[in-house]
Design a protein around this ligand. Structure first.
Ligand code: ZN
Length: 73
């Protein structure tokens, strides 16, 4: 009975690690985006195709949507 209990505890720990890794992998890439220089960059969502692009760029590299005149910088 004691062996079964420790096995059960191991299973709970195993599932907790899986859930933690799942949540971490889902959140981490969105919060940390870096450009080539290693600096953290802001991401804008393209209204045309919905992909995340650098807020400094004036056009979407995926679909070619231009942000000219829309952003107040
Ligand atoms: Zn786009």
């Amino acid at each position: 009975m004691l062996a079964l209990l420790s096995h059960f505890r191991f299973l709970i720990l195993f599932f907790m690690v899986i859930i933690f890794l799942y949540v971490y992998l889902k959140i981490a890439p969105k919060k940390m985006s870096f450009d080539n220089g290693g600096n953290q960059i802001k991401l804008n969502k393209c209204p045309e195709c919905g992909k995340e692009i650098n807020s400094k760029s004036k056009y979407c590299p995926y679909c070619g949507y231009t942000f000219d005149g829309k952003d107040k910088i």
